[in-house]
Every structure is written in C-alpha cells, then in structure tokens.
Design a protein around this ligand. Structure first.
Ligand SMILES: C[C@](O)(CO)[C@H](O)COP(=O)(O)OP(=O)(O)OC[C@H]1O[C@@H](n2ccc(N)nc2=O)[C@H](O)[C@@H]1O
Ligand SMILES: Nc1ncnc2c1ncn2[C@@H]1O[C@H](COP(=O)(O)OP(=O)(O)OP(=O)(O)O)[C@@H](O)[C@H]1O
Length: 289
C-alpha cells in the first residue's frame, strides 16, 4: 500500500518574541500561513519493523536526523506499531531556508502515517505529537493560516489572508535557527503589531497586511548576511508591495497583488539568487480524510 502526502512550506507574516524562557526557548507570537510550494512524500507500507528514508537531496539527511523519520519513530514507539514505512521525499522546499521544510515533512508524515497505520488520531492529537519533534511542526500539521504562541506550538486558526502572489528568493546561504535565536537581544526588540495583523487578515485588507509585516529575527540575520538586505532592496525596487524575511531566514518573500508586477519581481530576482519562486498562499487547513 502506498500513499502520497503534500508538505507545503510556510511563511511568517509576523514574528514577535516576547521573552526568553527558563527552558532556553523563546516565547513567540507568530502569524504563519502555508504557501503553494510543497515537498511530496510517498509512504510505502512495510510489513517489517523498519523506518527507511530516501530523499535524493544531499542537504537532507536520510537517517534519524530527518524530521520525517522522527515523526514515524514517535508514532511507532508511542502506539507500539509493529509495521514499518519507506518514506520517499521529493524535495522542492529549499533547505535551511526559514520555510519550515523539515517541519512540514514531519507533519505530512504524521498525517499520512495516521492513515497508513490506521491509528485513528485526531488532527489535534497529531499536532500535539508534532510539538515533540519541533516548534513549527504543530502549525504544519494544521496548515492554513494561524496565530502561533508558546514556543510555536499553541495554534489558533485564522481566516485566509487576502489573495496575492508570494515571490520567494533564497540567497546562496543556509541559516541555523538556533544560532539566530541565540544572537537575538530580547531587550532591544522593536515589536511588530500582531493585533493589527490579525485585524488586517480578519478584514481581508491587503494594504493593512503589507504595512504590518514584521519579523524580529530579521535584523539578526541581516547583520550576519548583508546579501539578505540586498535581496530585500531588489524586491522593493522591482515593485513588490511589501517585503519581509521568513522565519530565521535567509529566504525573503515579497507580497505582490498584480500579475504583471509579480512577473517583473520574479524576473528581476532570477539570476541574482540561488532559488526564486512565485506562488500563491494556500488558505485552507489540512483535513484528515
Ligand atoms: C523561526 C521559526 O521557524 C519561525 O516559524 C520557528 O520559531 C523555529 O521553529 P523550528 O525550526 O521548528 O524550531 P525547533 O527545531 O523547535 O528549535 C530550533 C532551535 O531554535 C530555538 N528556538 C526555537 C523556537 C523558539 N520558540 N525559541 C527558540 O529559541 C532553540 O534554540 C531551538 O533549539
Ligand atoms: N525532511 C527534511 N527536510 C529538510 N531538512 C531536514 C529534514 N529533516 C531534517 N532536516 C535538517 O534540518 C535542517 C533545517 O532544515 P529546514 O529546511 O527544516 O529548515 P528551515 O526551513 O529553516 O526550518 P524552520 O523554518 O522550521 O526553522 C537541515 O539543515 C537538515 O539537516
């Protein structure tokens, strides 16, 4: 038996850090949304007790470091599953890019294995398990648009943001999320207005979404990698309506409402960056069918 599962990337429309917690994590308030740029996972049921990963991507580990592997192991251990799975990952989301590629693969594995192994778990139970793998995994289990609190695992769904193009540009560098959080000076943060962003989404107001984009990790990554600031400038110059770095970076995204302008931004960035994509946001949350 085989199953195909889609694992979409996310962007952070807003990312605020409230304080550093005693457990070393940061208390966050983030608004995230899934976009139409996705990895694809093929899950093949194995009768023997084994989890195997194939990825064909030299940046993606094919052992216990892979987050999809960890998702399968977690379910096997927690529910004493004797069967196994071969997970083949067709990677499209850039790696270590701030787009939650690994987290989304883990979330897709949780959703898919729930079906493949007939576990009968609810989406909320899967999201709770996801939090044990990584802070972004719970959001990725649900997908859609949401406010994420805690260390990222407390999810409140929001409506889909106004329709627009998302142009993504990733420079030729990878970034370590742990390193960026470590360098953040919490007492110097200029906080984004999360409430205003939620209001903008609820009112379906594109220009208000644009004016309330904000990410407190952006300055940290920009200082380390000036090429990220250059990409931001380029995007603005080519006519993006608003521009922000996603997550801990280094990917920069531009929101663009009009088709012709999207083409201009996309063409302008190609050749200048490692990878460039023009995609739509995906409003819908995942369902378990
Ligand atoms: C930057 C974001 O991607 C924005 O969506 C997330 O906040 C990070 O999510 P993630 O990559 O799933 O994070 P995890 O794998 O749980 O943590 C990686 C490292 O980032 C730091 N980390 C992460 C989340 C958080 N709220 N505070 C932190 O300080 C911790 O040092 C942790 O060891
Ligand atoms: N399935 C996977 N896909 C990609 N990377 C993975 C995967 N599993 C583990 N990794 C490891 O995780 C590291 C970070 O990759 P990932 O693409 O998830 O980062 P990211 O997009 O910055 O994540 P986030 O936005 O959640 O911080 C990679 O360097 C890789 O070694």
């Amino acid at each position: 038996m085989k199953l195909l599962v889609k694992a979409p990337a996310k962007i952070n429309l807003s990312l605020d850090v409230l304080h550093k917690r005693p457990d070393g994590y940061h208390e966050v308030e983030m608004i995230m949304t899934t976009i139409d740029l996705a990895d694809r996972l093929e899950l093949t049921l194995l009768e023997r007790d084994e989890v195997k990963i194939i990825s064909h991507n030299r940046f993606v580990p094919d052992d216990q470091r892979n987050l999809a592997y960890q998702a399968a192991r977690l379910l096997k251990d927690r529910f004493s599953i004797q069967k196994g799975v071969l997970i083949t990952i067709e990677k499209t989301i850039p790696v270590a890019a701030g787009l939650a590629g690994g987290s989304s693969d883990a979330a897709a594995a949780l959703r898919g294995l729930n079906k493949l192994w007939n576990l009968g778990l609810t989406i909320h139970e899967l999201a709770e398990l996801g939090a044990e793998i990584g802070s972004d995994v719970s959001f990725c289990v649900y997908g859609g648009t949401a406010l994420a609190k805690g260390r990222g695992e407390m999810i409140t769904p929001l409506p889909a943001p106004p329709t627009c193009w998302v142009v993504l540009a990733k420079p030729f560098i990878g970034v370590s999320t742990a390193d960026i959080y470590r360098r953040l000076e919490v007492e110097k943060i200029d906080h984004p207005n999360t409430k205003a962003m939620i209001q903008a989404i609820n009112e379906n107001d594109f220009s208000k979404v644009c004016s309330n984009l904000g990410n407190v990790l952006e300055d940290v990554t920009l200082k380390l990698h000036p090429e990220v600031a250059q990409i931001k400038d380029q995007m603005k110059r080519f006519g993006a309506d608003a521009v922000l770095m996603s997550g801990s970076g280094p990917t920069v995204f531009g929101l663009v409402q009009h088709d012709s302008r999207m083409q201009r931004v996309y063409n302008g960035l190609r050749g200048f960056c490692d990878q460039v994509f023009a995609v739509r946001m995906m409003g819908e949350q995942h369902t378990l069918d």
